[in-house]
Design a protein around this ligand. Sequence first.
Ligand code: PBG
Length: 327
Amino acid sequence: MEMNIRPRRLRTGAVLRKMVRETRIDKSSLIYPMFIKEGIGIEEEIPTMPGQYRYSIDRMPFALEKLWKAGVGSVMFFGIPEHKDACGSGAYAEDGIVQKAFREAKRQFPDLCCIGDVCMCEYTSHGHCGILSGGYVDNDKTLDYLARIALSQVQAGADMVAPSDMMDGRVGAIRRMLDQNGYLETPIMSYAVKYASAFYGPFRDAAGSAPAFGDRKSYQMDYHNSREALKEALLDVDEGADIIMVKPAMAYGDVIAKVKERIHLPVAAYSVSGEYALIKGAASLGYVDEAAMICEAAAGAYRAGVDLYLTYFAREIAGFIDEGRIG
Ligand code: PBG
């Protein structure tokens, strides 16, 4: 049959397919989120995230070593404190769990890029991401706290901070605080486009950070919106963000693509706990091929436009890149 154009010509063999691939994935773009807990000798598996653990500081280096050897050079720390209170004081304590984690991680792995999630929900007794005034999260009051948290993380050795609270104006407040203290060159990766999502469920089990009442819809975004993503991202660009994040990743490819087109900063996406749990859960029942699903979901995020990918599968993806399964 006469046919000038046959798309199948470029699919005849693995080498050719790889040669004409439109999306390339590099290990240097992977960031691994980790949970660090007070105590000693702790490496406890998170029930809703099988294969993920809460580590005490003494156990953390073993996990970092494995990551580093696999070629993953960046981590994001989440702290699980011993005590919580109304103003989340554990989040900005000099000897807070995450501050101790930064000191130890940087001491043992000076070249590892250590990123701090800046938020209050793991540290507040009510589980909300800010300070309450009359049962409502008080935006402007929270900004001072967030700036203090960011500063304390950077003073402890964090290479970058990543505010995830979704208060208005927080990137600017953090930038001013860091600059006033001489940290002019510490970048901010803003969770600029963060939706109120059911996909965070397993994380809240892992970190014990579910809100004690209500939900996060008065500060996180409504998932029916995508133009609003640009509003949020542009605001954070003006406030001095260095990297813009979209979260979650899996159901938000359109948002990633839109942000990538309009924002001239590196774009990150966070493949969140629920995405991890979906793949792990279905694979454990024998319904899907775990490795194939991990690769396809990751490629989808990169194809949509991400420059950086935060994922609990970072080490696995690094391995798949080595094996030539993806990349
Ligand atoms: C803190 C924070 C959350 C996540 C990252 N930072 C939870 C939330 O907003 O409730 C979710 C990450 C995940 O689900 O993997 N605010």
